[in-house]
Design a protein around this ligand. Structure first.
Ligand code: NAD
Length: 442
């Protein structure tokens, strides 16, 4: 099939690569000329496991091409995915300007019938806005061309995006006519293990499904973090409580880990956008407001523990930070807990030595670029030299089983603050390391 994906970010590039890998003819389009140039020259602008080889293979066989010119892609493509960003607007709502820019340009440049598929996360009603915007542009040209708008929210997870996209656990599709449903079935026929993976529904419900999924996951995290904070105060251990509750099948083990708060490009903005959509209807979503508030405070738990141990004035102190990305296996730092934690420490006079396997560039050039108190080092053990304590912020695999003797030897004092509850407290005690966790009474 002939496909154009507009927006070549985490979602668009992975989606484009996966469709091309299945033999489709795919154009990836982006307004960011530097990004497209680097892709054309074989560079992958993001880190996502497995993506580089997949892109390379499809580029070599001509199935995947990159352009800044949407008109060029629309000469052949009759299926178009909108995969541009929907960042948080000033009032918390999803900012739809990029989605509607694409819709306008499609209306201006399409040359035959188009299936326009919204993959960006957008609030209920956006498909209608896209339809109106495309139609307005067609009317301005005096064109009689026709098109369908379909909602197909994306559920891939950064870090496992390639496998999530190649073998999705479900494909949610919102359509309002049979022809569009048929095209979507054909498009995804090789992604599905069986027909149960397709979930067809009306467009509004499909748009809402994505928000409800992310709100549910964010709620689980904030709920567990709240339980962790209670555990800590009453003298219980949330890691044991987790095992105790997860064995109940109605609860399950997934997504009930306590930590130093959720971040990323989706949960924070999607929860906020749902709060706003809800408020616009006059309904106050109290659970979602609490989910957000708990998450905001949770990012401050590690700095608070550091201050309790070393005092509010951290001048003269240095802290080693392991992990900057919002989660392992990605270089994405959007809304990462590391940003809050590091800024809280350095605002109190501390210096930070940070190590992350993939996100250093993002930190340096964007999220921590104004923070001169951060030094970036090239290995986890180098970060420890002359540091007063180690803070584990992102649970990359390489931090799971470190050499604790080496840690104790390199730090000024053997102290670890673990924002992801990765280590065995008893083993650390035996190694003479002072260990501060989330949700464990001390
Ligand atoms: N990142 C994820 O894990 C994830 C998962 C599911 C859904 N989503 C949703 O998918 C959407 C895209 O997210 P992302 O993380 O890939 O974003 P991103 O910021 O990585 O990429 C968006 C891209 O769109 C481009 N763009 C903006 N306006 C454009 C235009 N008019 N024409 C062409 N390109 C344009 C930008 O230059 C950028 O490269 C968002 O709505 C997001 O909420 C993201």
């Amino acid at each position: 099939m002939k496909i154009a994906i507009v927006g070549t970010g985490y979602v668009g590039l992975v989606t484009g690569a996966c469709f091309a890998d299945l033999g489709n003819d795919v154009w990836c389009v982006d307004v960011n000329a530097a990004k497209i140039e680097s892709l054309q020259s074989g560079q992958i602008p993001i880190y996502e496991p497995g993506l580089k080889d997949m892109v390379k293979g499809s580029v070599q066989n001509g199935g995947l091409r990159f352009t800044t010119d949407l008109g060029e892609a629309l000469q052949s493509a009759n299926i178009l995915f909108i995969a541009v960003g929907t960042p948080m607007g000033e009032d918390g709502s999803a900012d739809l300007q990029y989605v509607l820019d694409v819709a306008r340009e499609v209306g201006q440049k399409m040359v035959h019938h188009m299936y326009i598929i919204d993959k960006s996360t957008v609030p209920v009603g956006t498909a209608k806005l896209v339809r109106q915007t495309v139609q307005k542009a067609l009317d301005a040209r005096g064109s009689q061309l026709t098109f369908d708008v379909i909602s197909n929210p994306e559920f891939l997870k950064e870090g496992t995006a390639v496998s999530d996209c190649s073998r999705p656990d479900r494909i949610v599709i919102g359509t309002d006519n049979e022809a569009a449903t048929k095209v979507m079935r054909e498009l995804y026929q090789h992604h599905v293990r069986n027909n149960d993976n397709f979930i067809f529904m009306d467009i509004a419900s499909a748009e809402m499904t994505k928000y409800v999924a992310n709100a549910m996951l964010a709620t689980k995290i904030s709920f567990m973090n709240e339980m962790a904070n209670i555990c800590e105060r009453v003298g219980a251990d949330v890691t044991k409580v987790r095992m105790g509750i997860g064995s109940d099948k109605r609860i399950g083990y997934h997504f009930i880990y306590a930590g130093c708060g959720y971040g990323g490009s989706c949960f924070p903005k999607d929860v906020k956008a749902l709060v706003k959509s809800s408020a616009d209807t006059g309904y106050v979503p109290r659970i979602l407001q609490a989910v957000e508030a708990v998450n905001h405070d949770q990012k401050l738990v590690i700095p608070a523990k550091v201050c309790r141990r070393f005092g509010e004035d951290l001048a003269g102190r240095t802290f080693a930070v392991w992990g900057l990305s919002f989660k392992p296996d990605t270089d994405d730092m959007r809304e990462a807990a590391s940003i809050t934690i590091i800024n809280e420490l350095t605002a109190r006079g501390a210096k930070v030595k940070a190590y992350d396997p993939k996100a250093e560039k993002e930190a340096k050039t964007c999220y921590l670029k104004d923070n001169d108190a951060v030094e970036y080092v090239s290995s986890k053990y180098t970060a420890l030299v002359e540091a007063d304590a180690l803070l584990l912020v992102t649970e990359w695999k390489e931090f799971r089983s470190p050499d604790f003797e080496e840690i104790a030897k390199r730090l000024k004092e053997p102290v670890i603050f673990d924002g992801r509850n990765q280590y065995d407290a008893a083993a650390l005690k035996e190694a003479g390391i002072e260990y501060h966790q989330i949700g464990v009474g001390e």
